[in-house]
Design a protein around this ligand. Structure first.
Ligand code: ACO
Length: 318
């Protein structure tokens, strides 16, 4: 039994903040941000929107496209680093909003790699025969944990959610071929939320050593991609689209260069979405399908890297 992506959805909050908008409140410019990151604008959630609200909208979109009703869902996994609350999970909130009654629901926290981790879990859940249908969501309101006075960091992040519906399928030529996951806690201090959970303080803000992240990211992601290719006998020339975590255009381009992958086959949304952490891969996948670039039967390479560090790569035949 294979697990196949049957529907992909996305949701972006209405409010758009451009680089020029940011330059009115911090000492920066569109040229500085765009040339270093590829980001031109980002969506920001309204004050009354939580990760569950964004994730719910993306889930509705994915379920509709997959023609799946909420009572057919056997598992809901939400990848997020900006949950509504530390507990209960954002997944159970979305479960209730959808009216999905008969399934386990839980969150996965692997920072920006969360979606790849969640996808792998859902894939194994289906391949092991434990269930037939899984809803995998990446949802973030990073604007709530961003220090808008810190110009090195705040320019990078945005809010949004993406979702995929995975379903058991007998067609062995389609579906998730394989995923390789990694972590290395020795990089804990390169990217983290500034406060511990003490009971008396708010969560704090995203804190990052940008150049350190960049150096480790390219090396680790390249190894993950090579690992998934080797394990599943995949030639880089067979990949139709790279759909990477949209952290920084320079990371994507550097990985592509290392694995000798053509730049024009990298699906990029970073210009319009910025870095939406666990939401960025499914949001990019949704955008690629919606504009007709990514089509059924395409062989796709997903990868991501995030705080921890965590990272992973996955290959799927759509
Ligand atoms: N506007 C203008 N100047 C700025 C800004 C800004 N927004 N931010 C920093 N600067 C200044 C700094 O103060 C510094 O000035 P100085 O030389 O007078 O001290 C100068 O620009 C250079 O700063 P650096 O931090 O060295 O800039 P760098 O070229 O490394 O770019 C950036 C910073 C964009 C964060 C880069 O390191 C980067 O993209 N790193 C990757 C991190 C990443 O992608 N993280 C995403 C989250 S992790 C993940 O998803 C994998």
């Amino acid at each position: 039994m294979n697990s196949r992506i049957m529907g992909v959805g996305g949701y972006l909050p209405e409010k758009i903040v451009t680089n020029d908008d940011l330059s009115k409140t911090i000492d920066t410019s569109h040229e500085w941000i765009f040339s270093r990151t590829g980001i031109a604008e980002r969506h920001i959630a309204a004050a009354n929107q939580y990760a569950s609200d964004l994730g719910y909208m993306a889930a509705l979109d994915a379920l509709k496209k997959a023609s799946i009703s909420p009572d057919e869902i056997d598992m809901i996994v939400v990848a997020t680093s900006s949950p509504d609350r530390i507990f209960p999970s954002t997944a159970v909130k979305i479960q209730t909003m959808l009216g999905a009654k008969n399934c386990p629901s839980f969150d996965v926290q692997a920072a920006c790699s969360g979606f790849i981790y969640a996808l792998s879990l859902a894939d194994q859940f289906i391949k092991s025969g434990q269930g037939k249908t899984a809803l995998v969501i990446g949802a973030e309101v990073l604007s709530r944990i961003t220090d808008w006075g810190d110009r090195s960091n705040c320019i990078l992040f945005g809010d949004g959610a993406g979702a995929v519906v995975l379903k058991a399928d007998n067609d062995s030529n389609k579906g998730i071929i394989g995923t390789e996951l990694f972590s290395d806690g020795s990089h804990y201090d390169l990217l983290y939320l500034s406060k511990h959970v003490t009971g008396s303080e708010p969560a704090g803000f995203i804190t990052m050593q940008g150049q350190g992240v960049m150096r480790v990211a390219v090396k680790c992601i390249t190894k993950a991609v090579e690992a998934v290719f080797e394990k599943h006998n995949i030639d880089v020339n067979d990949i139709d689209w790279m759909v990477p975590h949209q952290a920084n255009i320079r990371i994507m381009d550097a990985v592509a260069k290392k694995i000798k992958f053509p730049e024009e086959k990298i699906y990029k949304t970073i210009q319009y979405h910025a870095n939406t952490s666990a939401a960025s891969v499914p949001l990019a996948l949704n955008a690629g399908i919606e504009d007709g670039s990514i089509k059924e039967n395409d062989l796709l390479l997903f990868f991501a890297m995030g705080g921890g560090f965590t990272w992973g790569a996955s290959v799927t035949r759509l």
